[in-house]
Design a protein around this ligand. Structure first.
Ligand SMILES: [Zn+2]
Length: 313
């Protein structure tokens, strides 16, 4: 039993020439490949496997971040093929009407490329925004003049590790104001609408929680983690008029992104299963003993699952 993780599935856009995404044509090719190679696990068999403890051969599709792509390109394709998927939605953006930090970064990089954003960051960031011990790595790396890809990596390092959480919010707000069009409009086009989420559940898709604001759970206190998990589930319960299954997926993923505490909060909240990112099949042991950390492959590990070429590379 193989779970596959997808994020952006879309077509090329003139406005975002550097955006990294899986082209919808490649997505369709990959579905053909999975059909031929492994087949798909039915939703009923997948859910039943938690009771039997026996994995079923085949593929399970999962989609992270509650993106409009998932309604526009994925949902229709799955329906055509009589398939189902699990869609993990972060809920904070519906209340704030703002982009989550992780997505603002993707859009800025997608529109301008790594080099431009890196240069903009150097102008904005002051030493007091940096986490003390990271100041030297930040200053030492100011000479890189390589590919856009390397700048992109550096931009992500700066925003995710070098600066404090508060500074990150502030810096992103400045960049968004300066470089992106009206945020409300972007937000509307970027995320699934509440009606779309409801329609997808009503058509047999599973809707799960991806936290409130896409925080790294392992960096949060017990109470903060509880807030992220409980508030997001409450919101989804409300807008779907009751979730059919309770499932969670860790923002960013990997064993560094959550702790035993996170898993126990999920279990206490009667979450049936949660997805991590770890490239291997789901085993009987996972189904019986580690339901809150099921392994999942990135789609790029299989035929046709690589991101499209980036402009200027
Ligand atoms: Zn995510």
């Amino acid at each position: 039993m193989k779970a596959i993780m997808y994020h952006y599935v879309r077509e090329q856009s003139k406005d975002y020439p550097y955006f990294r995404f899986l082209h919808v044509d490649d997505f369709k090719k990959q579905l053909n490949f999975f059909e031929k190679e492994f087949g798909f696990v039915s939703k009923e068999n997948f859910i039943e496997s938690f009771t039997t403890g026996i994995p079923v051969n085949g593929v399970i599709l999962t989609f992270d971040d509650g993106l409009k792509d998932h309604y526009q390109f994925v949902f229709s394709e799955l329906q055509k093929r009589n398939l189902w998927g699990i869609f993990y939605v972060s809920t904070g953006n519906y209340q704030s009407k703002q982009l989550l930090g992780v997505h603002a970064t993707h859009l800025l990089l997608g529109k301008y490329g790594g080099k431009k954003i890196w240069e903009a960051l150097l102008e904005i960031i002051t030493d007091d925004m940096l986490i003390d011990k990271k100041v030297s790595s930040f200053r030492n790396n100011t000479y890189i003049t390589q590919s856009n890809d390397e700048y992109t990596t550096e931009v992500k390092k700066i925003l995710n590790y070098y600066i404090s959480y508060e500074a990150r919010e502030k810096v992103l707000a400045i960049l968004k104001e300066k470089l992106l069009e009206a945020e409300e409009k972007i937000v509307k086009d970027f995320y699934l609408s509440l009606d779309e989420i409801k329609e997808m559940q009503d058509s047999g898709m599973i809707i799960g929680s991806h936290s409130v604001d896409h925080s790294v759970m392992s960096k949060l206190s017990f109470q903060q983690q509880q807030y992220q998990i409980e508030t997001s589930f409450e919101f989804l319960e409300k807008i779907t008029k009751g979730l059919v299954y309770k499932t969670f997926c860790y923002p960013y993923g990997g064993f560094h992104s959550f702790t035993n505490e996170t898993e126990s909060i999920l279990t206490n909240n009667k979450c049936l299963f949660s997805f991590n990112v770890e490239p291997r099949d789901i085993s009987a042991d996972d189904l019986i003993n580690r339901k809150q950390a099921l392994p999942r492959y990135d789609c790029n590990m299989f035929e046709s699952g690589q991101v499209a070429d980036i402009a200027g590379e």
